[in-house]
Design a protein around this ligand. Structure first.
Ligand code: FE2
Length: 378
């Protein structure tokens, strides 16, 4: 059994303050080269449902956005329609990636005032936007890299998504894959930058730290990283932050930083209540996951103790298991979503465990390193 005494999962270290009550994640917006085709990918392969659209037909002359949703997970895919704009520059530099982690709040103006007062750099001053369905107040601040948080106050809005969007209601609707909500969103930052961003979430957003790894915990022969996790007061928002650590060869975090050209969102973890069913569905629709050596399963039960799931099914699908003081979790990771080795998605099912898979990182790293070796970037 591995030693979990270092985990203090029930205790938020530091005080998640109440000056910034966050109700949940509102949406995640990706800047992508072809939103129409990527929307089709998230519909067809992932079972996201069409929600809203803006583009030339709605009077948006310079950008197009598709909004998709699966239970509480809402993705916005945005592409430029003209040359030379900010979105174009973002895609040129970073490839397809997450631009906005939008936070659902009761008071977007106060959220901006409180965070900018505490040192956040403003991205968007509070503004009220409206259409026939009501009003939305929004504001925004910068976080790591070129990523931003937008605060969304939508209590007086009844429309499909935001003013400016129209309902998107195609007949093509592949069924959902059982994904429920965003469990956590991980950022990669450059060498020596992790603590700066941990302090940002503590001091500027009032988050608390819930767990920390050291590099000995999560290293392989080649790769290493350091990671700390920040959470808001109600625990609905969890942001692990990684930085590279010294290894024999190039860390996966360094590879990300190199191809993303800086800090950014490394992965989104999407929760399901039935990981075997969800992953079987996703695999059958062509979602590509990292594969784990089957030897991982030989002594699984000895390592993690009794679990409800059938080990043969986990082995068939490559699902990893980790355990902590409060239970266990099941998870696995896709290959990078786009052409660059940057953002990917994790599927997670929690069975009591509140940690993030420290015990699976080694198996995961080794899987990633096999992919890095194929790319010649190890
Ligand atoms: Fe994760």
């Amino acid at each position: 059994m591995k030693d979990n005494t270092s985990l203090k999962l029930d205790k938020i270290v530091g005080d998640a303050e109440d000056f910034l009550p966050i109700l949940g994640t509102d949406y995640v917006e990706f800047y992508v080269s072809n939103a129409k085709q990527i929307a089709h990918y998230f519909q067809s392969a992932w079972g996201f449902q069409p929600v809203a659209y803006k583009g030339l037909e709605t009077g948006s002359k310079d950008q197009v956005s598709y909004v998709l949703q699966q239970d509480k997970i809402r993705f916005v895919l945005t592409s430029p329609l003209q040359e030379g704009g900010e979105i174009n520059r973002h895609i040129d530099k970073h490839g397809d990636g997450v631009k906005v982690m939008a936070l659902w709040v009761d008071d977007a103006k106060k959220s901006w005032e409180e965070t900018t007062k505490r040192g956040a750099k403003s991205f968007l001053e509070p503004e009220t936007i409206e259409d026939d369905h009501g009003t939305v107040v929004r504001s925004g601040i910068h976080t790591y890299g070129e990523t931003v948080h937008i605060f969304i106050e939508r209590k007086n809005y009844k429309g499909a998504f935001l003013p400016g969007f129209q309902e998107w209601n195609p007949t093509y609707r592949p069924k959902p894959a059982g994904l429920k909500y965003i469990d956590h969103t991980v950022g990669n930052v450059d060498w020596g930058q992790m603590n700066k961003w941990i302090e940002f979430y503590r001091d500027v957003l009032g988050f608390g730290q819930i767990i920390s790894f050291d590099d000995k915990d999560i290293s392989t022969e080649y790769s290493a990283l350091m990671s700390k996790v920040m959470a808001n007061g109600n625990g609905r928002i969890k942001f692990p932050i990684n930085e590279p650590a010294e290894g024999k060869r190039k860390s996966q975090i360094e590879e990300y930083i190199e191809f993303y050209n800086g800090a950014g969102v490394q992965h989104l973890a999407l929760a399901t209540d039935d990981i075997i069913k969800t992953v079987r569905e996703l695999q059958s629709r062509g979602v590509e996951f990292l594969t784990i050596p089957t030897t991982y399963y030989d002594d699984l039960i000895e390592r993690v103790g009794p679990i409800d799931e059938d080990v043969e099914s986990l082995k068939e699908l490559g699902i990893l298991v980790d355990v902590d003081d409060e239970g266990y979790l099941l998870q696995l990771f896709t290959k990078p979503l786009g052409v660059r080795p940057t953002i990917f998605i994790e599927i997670i099912q929690r069975k009591g465990a509140k940690s993030f898979g420290k015990g699976t990182f080694k198996a995961l790293f080794e899987a990633i390193e096999r992919e890095q070796a194929l790319r010649g970037t190890l």
